[in-house]
Design a protein around this ligand. Structure first.
Ligand code: ATP
Ligand code: MG
Ligand code: MG
Length: 548
């Protein structure tokens, strides 16, 4: 594996080490535990951990748990699992809530320095008085409160004397600043909510813009990497560290958010999909969550390679989902066993094959990787082929089975379709074929050629399996202009086919990955697959689908 490609943040780190601003690189990944991680977070995880790794530094996993109403230990646990699964090890596991006492004390310091005040304006009044990009804001009538009064009120806020929204603590900076973020931002709000870790110990909670820089400084983070929407917040980040007299001086750097076509990438929306039952949980294989991608069959190697490839940009863009698919194909190409699965079975009886006889044929496990060896697969008088590999009245250029036509059965013999059996509704339910024993695969037979090769599974030993085929969950915005994401849900995002796989796959365990000849890469579903009925999730189809 390559180390992270050269990027602007890396150049900054090189400079900082050279100039002595920092002695070592310490980064952090700071998720809010209010949902499961998605592929966008994977980008941030790779960036933070790989940057530190490259310079023999460290990375903390820090939960930004300052918003008790939305946070939960379920999320705390899933996030740790996902980071580990991606292949990273954090130096320390931290929680912003570990720092609540210190954050409070620093706020008291700000008050004492005349840099913060308790404000009684309502949220709406505060918003109205903030001004606009072209108009300066108006100062709060509470801005001039004495230090003593502020200290008293802030202590009483903490003690629980006031209701939610009644008062806030604000920084005293500049209501005329051209940067809206600097117009006396709120530092603390009242919320009588139960916190997943601190319980009811607190009823005031620090805002992100206050808690984040201080948490970074407490941990000695050297490079605090976040997404572009925080660019305007950087002066406040620096102000907070300065005015709170933090010893360490972390610096914030921004990079572009990752967006992927045909999906939504905000925990808020993803949670809505889960809560409204549109998907089967956060790890539904259609979800862009790390757990969903894992369940679908993505590997950590593929996700890391993808994140590395898209690099670190300074402007937001949307990455085509096919990019992601490229990397999983690349990763599985030489690793996955190539076997045969029939998704929509049609029975074929080979009339000139001896009844009761079963022979074993040799099949290579991966045509591109000889080291994977071979396996034995049964062949007999009755097999299943794909319904789509037969047409009674084919168009020209159709080289698969039709009455009178001969095709090659992969790893086996040539067969010729002699007769079509239908039910009372005229549906084709069975084919009668003959085989030519001279054409056995590997025998060197070359007297005649056929244009079509199809796959099959021997009927008596075939193992039943469900195949879950996916399409994007959300249709592209450009196709449904202006529609909300819930209106763009793809009704065909999941199709289930019931068919068969080769008998030697009976023991396949959750997470095992295969390439099914002509159908693509599949993962054994870790939740729904049983020994009675295997369940496979299609990870991705083959790059060039078989189309003779
Ligand atoms: P969401 O909007 O999905 O809830 P968030 O930014 O609020 O995302 P956090 O838990 O706060 O989620 O994110 C943790 C880290 O991951 C942050 O540093 C954030 O910048 C980064 N991150 C989140 N989404 C993306 C994305 N799409 N691309 C790159 N980094 C991201
Ligand atoms: Mg956030
Ligand atoms: Mg968020």
């Amino acid at each position: 594996e390559k180390t992270s490609s050269s990027n602007f943040i890396k150049n900054i780190v090189v400079e900082d080490l050279k100039s002595g601003r920092v002695q070592e690189v310490i980064t952090r990944f700071p998720p809010e535990p209010n949902g499961y991680l998605h592929i966008g977070h994977a980008k941030s995880i790779c960036l933070n951990f790989e940057l530190a790794d490259e310079f023999k530094g460290k990375t903390n996993l820090r939960f930004d748990d300052t918003n008790p109403v939305k946070e939960d230990t379920e999320y705390v646990e899933s996030i740790q699992e996902d980071v580990k699964w991606l292949g990273f090890e954090w130096e320390e596991l931290r929680f912003a809530s570990d720092y609540f006492e210190e954050l409070y004390n620093r706020a008291v310091l700000l008050i004492k320095k005349g840099k913060a005040y308790v404000c009684d304006l309502t949220a709406e009044q505060t918003r109205e008085m903030r001004g606009t990009l072209t108009e300066p804001g108006k100062e709060s009538p509470y801005r001039g409160r004495s230090v003593e009064e502020n200290l008293d009120l802030f202590a009483r806020m903490r003690a629980g004397e006031f209701k939610d929204g009644e008062r806030v603590l604000r920084a005293k900076i500049d209501m005329a600043s051209p940067n809206m973020t600097m117009r006396d931002p709120v530092l603390y709000r009242i919320s009588h909510a139960h916190h997943h870790r601190t319980g009811d110990a607190w009823c005031i909670y620090p805002m992100y813009d206050y808690a984040h820089p201080l948490s970074d400084a407490i941990e000695g983070i050297t490079h605090s990497i976040c997404t572009l929407e925080f660019e305007d917040h950087r002066p406040l980040y620096d102000w907070t560290i300065e005015e709170c007299e933090m010893e360490a001086k972390p610096r914030q750097y921004e990079f572009a958010r990752l967006n992927v076509t045909n999906t939504v990438m905000s925990k808020r929306y993803l949670k809505q999909l889960v809560d409204e039952g549109i998907v089967d949980g956060w790890d539904d294989p259609r979800m862009p969550t790390i757990s969903g991608l894992r369940r679908k069959g993505y590997t950590p190697e593929a996700l890391r390679a993808f994140c590395r490839e898209i690099g670190v940009a300074k402007s937001n863009s949307v990455v085509d989902e096919r990019n992601l698919e490229f990397f999983i194909r690349e990763d599985l190409k030489l690793k996955a066993l190539r076997t045969m699965a029939v998704l929509k079975p049609l029975k074929v009886v080979i009339t000139n094959y001896p009844e009761g006889q079963v022979e074993m044929l040799e099949a290579e496990n991966n045509a591109e990787n000889e080291e994977m060896g071979t396996r034995q697969i049964p062949f007999s008088r009755e097999i299943y082929i794909e319904q789509d590999d037969f047409m009674e009245n084919p168009p020209s250029k159709y080289f698969r089975l039709f009455p009178g036509n001969e095709v090659r059965l992969k790893h086996a013999y040539f067969i010729t379709c002699q007769e079509v059996i239908k039910d009372e509704n005229g549906e084709v339910i069975e084919l009668r074929c003959t085989y030519d024993p001279k054409t056995k695969s590997g025998s060197g037979f070359n007297e005649r050629k056929v244009k079509g090769t199809i796959h099959w599974v021997e009927a008596s030993q075939a193992v039943p399996a469900d195949f879950r085929l996916y399409e994007p969950l959300i249709l592209d915005e450009s196709k449904e202009e202006g529609a909300s994401f819930l209106e763009r849900i793809n009704p065909n995002s999941l199709t289930v086919e019931s068919g068969f796989v080769e008998p030697n796959m009976k023991e396949a365990a959750g997470g095992d990955k295969f390439q099914f000849f002509r159908h693509g890469y599949f993962n054994v579903d870790p939740k729904d697959s049983t020994s009675e009925k295997l369940a496979f999730n299609r990870i991705v189809s083959l790059k060039s689908s078989f189309d003779p």
